[in-house]
Write a protein that binds this ligand. Structure first.
Ligand code: DP6
Length: 326
């Protein structure tokens, strides 16, 4: 069977940064994210008995990817098959935006591969499967606000929707900064970060952050949501600055972007920033303030560097005719 799935990227508001099991990808702490509408991956999987290895095409180019083969072995084990597959993936992320994410990639692959293998997994089991490809993919199975429950093992570590179809008019503006810097993958970065003397405090305070974030979402408290998201991001980056060896994802422009967001707040426009395993800064705001924020940011950044996204949908199977009913 040939199946195609679409999954969107998500942005963590309470970050995942460190694992207690690197093989099964069990995180040290829970995390909460917002799935976005703008950036997504479409992946088609077809198992073919004539293949002697998995074949992978990404954005039209043949690729070798050990992580992907490792993931497909999980799918084969689950479906009790030995067949290899054709995997064809397209990232719908503005070119060179540096926003391509493993979250949409492994969420789409988990759904397409499990369906093509004849499995009909529940959303919970799908999130457990996606987790084995990449931690953040666990959350992209659902739309809107999502929590990844850290758990202790394969059975207990999965995502739950907090508000799949949110009516909250919340938005994210990604400030795309070009980076000539050598990239440190999130996988390597978070492993090094665990050497920080502050790591125990990170894990301890994550539980309070999760509690506050759940409350902010439930009560539509934008100031609380933004304050906690910004603090979680800064704590994550502080781990990087204090690990052995220390490293950082900041570029001079990242700092400028953060200062601009702080300026906007002084001007009375509520907005907060977050940053992941790269130099781009993402601004969290409410719909009504997008125009004013873009106006202020475009004093230092080009309009083409500012991409606006809104809450997006969970992973779906798609056909030529459109979205397949789940
Ligand atoms: C900073 O999910 O890419 O975006 O599990 O090793 O594949 P692996 O890492 P990944 O890490 C994401 C880190 C983050 C924070 C987050 O999404 O929670």
């Amino acid at each position: 069977m040939k199946k195609t799935a679409r999954a969107h990227t998500n942005i963590a508001l309470v970050k995942y940064w460190g694992k207690k099991d690197t093989d099964l990808i069990i995180p040290m702490n829970g995390s909460i994210s917002l799935t976005l509408d703008h950036f997504y991956t479409d992946t088609t999987v077809e198992f073919d008995p004539s293949l002697t290895a998995d074949s992978f095409i990404l954005d039209g180019q043949a690729k070798q990817d050990q992580k992907l083969v490792h993931f497909m072995n999980h799918v084969r084990k689950l479906a009790n098959i030995k067949t290899f597959a054709h995997i064809n993936s397209t990232n719908h992320v503005p070119t060179a935006a540096g926003l391509a994410s493993s979250s949409s990639a492994y969420a789409a692959l988990a759904l397409a591969a499990s369906s093509a293998a004849g499995l009909n997994l529940t959303a919970k089991d799908l999130s457990r499967l996606a987790r084995k490809g990449s931690g953040s993919a666990t959350r992209s199975i659902y739309g809107g606000f999502v929590e990844w429950i850290a758990g202790e093992d394969d059975l207990t570590s999965y995502a739950v929707p907090l508000e799949e179809h949110t009516s909250w008019k919340i938005a994210m503006i990604a400030i795309v900064l070009n980076s000539a810097q050598k990239k440190i993958s999130s996988r390597a970065g978070m492993q090094t970060a665990q050497t920080s003397p502050y790591y125990p405090a990170w894990v301890k305070t994550a539980n309070d952050d999760l509690k506050s974030m759940r409350q902010a979402i439930e009560t539509r408290d934008f100031e609380l949501l933004g304050t906690v998201a910004e603090s979680s991001a800064l704590k994550m980056h502080a781990l990087n600055l204090s690990s052995k060896p220390h490293f950082s994802y900041f570029m001079p422009e990242s700092i400028i972007a953060m200062q601009k967001v702080e300026e906007l707040r002084t001007m009375g426009i509520p907005c907060y920033y977050t940053m992941d395993a790269g130099p781009n800064v993402k601004v969290i705001c409410e719909e009504e303030n997008i125009a004013a924020i873009i106006d202020h940011l475009s004093k230092v950044f080009g309009k083409d560097q500012l991409l606006v996204a809104h809450p997006g949908e969970g992973a779906k199977l798609i056909t030529n005719e459109g979205i397949e009913a789940k």
